[in-house]
Design a protein around this ligand. Structure first.
Ligand SMILES: C[S@@+](CC[C@H](N)C(=O)[O-])C[C@H]1O[C@@H](n2cnc3c(N)ncnc32)[C@H](O)[C@@H]1O
Length: 351
């Protein structure tokens, strides 16, 4: 019984922990303490625009959660974890990603209404596109998070001497960067919304791969991805944002963009066949339904079926080492005419 009560407490109070992390990050506490090598509550509160007494309460809760340390003389400093992951200037920083998670508290609070309606009632795509600060945080945040496993994802991809990759809904191009590092002859084109391209180009430049990675404005819901020239088309963490019909149409346009024998690579979080595990995938499914118009998760079998329906040959799931994500890959059949699939009703060229 005590165990049940403890578990219930953990679940019910979980967002108190998260909200404290988000507030410390949004207020800039970790950067402030890093900049000055620790500080008193008064100094931090003044630098972060917090009321001194309430600011002290926030710092003390941060200490209790292992995000901060309290030093002799009442000074505070970052904990080892915060210093490594929550300071903007550190290479492994996850600050933008944590800020995005903080932004999603409000739409997540609409979960019940979204589940009643059967679709997102606070869809985030239009908000992200209309707010440059949100957009930059989103793209940088996804990049910070993806960078932690992009090499493992690239390692799980098997392509034969690929030269042309199309990265659909590429964001910062994190996986294109990892795949171009793995395959020295590979060139990639990042396909994303116009507003995303400057941020993506900045990240690509800082990777030193700007000679091999280009970026092209694309509405992935309606644009052609290309006509039979690509060795591989990557759709990483995008299909869960869309309805099944839109996803199928995107896969058909991916097929049309591939050479015969070329591969589609769908990367993301998948439910197992019970649909009740892994835990994160079940919550990701709720998140997709709350944040994205038409969003929902797939099991790997459902994705394999969708690839087969789109016309791919030998669709199969592949595990990614040291990651909770998976790949589902399929091949464009050789010796078949795919003119019919390239003339999908939603397809039209982006100028
Ligand atoms: C969750 S992020 C995934 C980014 C990257 N592929 C990754 O795996 O880290 C989804 C991406 O889809 C892009 N996106 C959303 N709607 C789009 C649309 N209609 N056309 C093109 N890109 C879109 C977003 O801008 C964002 O970069």
């Amino acid at each position: 019984m005590d165990l049940h009560f403890a578990r219930l407490n953990q679940l019910a109070f979980g967002y108190w922990h998260a909200q404290t992390l988000f507030t410390l990050t949004q207020a800039g506490v970790f950067d402030t303490l890093h900049g000055r090598g620790g500080g008193t509550a008064g100094e931090v509160a003044a630098a972060c625009g917090l009321d001194p007494d309430s600011g002290t309460a926030l710092l003390d809760a941060g200490v209790a959660l292992g995000l901060l340390r309290k030093l002799d003389g009442g000074r505070y400093d970052n904990s080892e974890m915060s210093q490594a992951l929550l300071v903007s200037a550190t290479p492994a920083s996850l600050v933008h990603w944590v800020r995005v998670m903080g932004r999603w508290v409000a739409p997540w609070a609409s979960l019940g209404r979204a589940l009643q309606a059967g679709h997102a009632v606070e869809p985030q795509s239009p908000r992200i596109a209309a707010d440059p600060a949100y957009l930059e945080e989103f793209i940088l945040g996804m990049h910070e998070y993806a960078s932690r496993t992009s090499e493992q994802v690239a390692a799980a991809v098997e392509l034969e001497q690929p030269r042309i990759l199309l990265d659909v809904g590429a964001g910062a191009g994190t996986y294109s960067i990892a795949l171009c590092r793995k395959y020295p002859q590979l060139r990639s084109t990042l396909l994303d919304m116009e507003e995303v391209l400057p941020v993506a180009r900045r990240i690509v430049e800082s990777s030193g791969l700007d000679e091999r990675i280009a970026a092209r404005r694309t509405d992935y819901r309606s644009s052609s991805f290309g006509a039979g020239e690509a060795d591989a088309v990557l759709l990483s963490n995008v299909l869960h944002q869309e309805s099944r019909d839109v996803g199928l149409d995107m896969l058909r346009r991916a097929l049309a963009a591939l050479k015969p024998g070329g591969k589609v690579i769908v990367h993301g979080h998948f439910l197992d066949e019970s649909r009740t595990a892994p835990v994160f995938a079940t919550l990701h499914n709720l998140s997709a339904r709350t944040l994205w118009e038409g969003g929902h998760s797939y099991t790997t079998h459902e994705m394999v079926d969708l690839l087969a329906q789109a016309g791919f040959e030998a669709p199969a799931a592949v595990a990614v080492a040291a990651s909770s994500t998976k790949l589902v890959m399929g091949r464009r059949p050789t010796g078949r005419d795919h003119a019919a699939t390239s003339a999908s009703p939603l397809a039209n060229e982006t100028p």
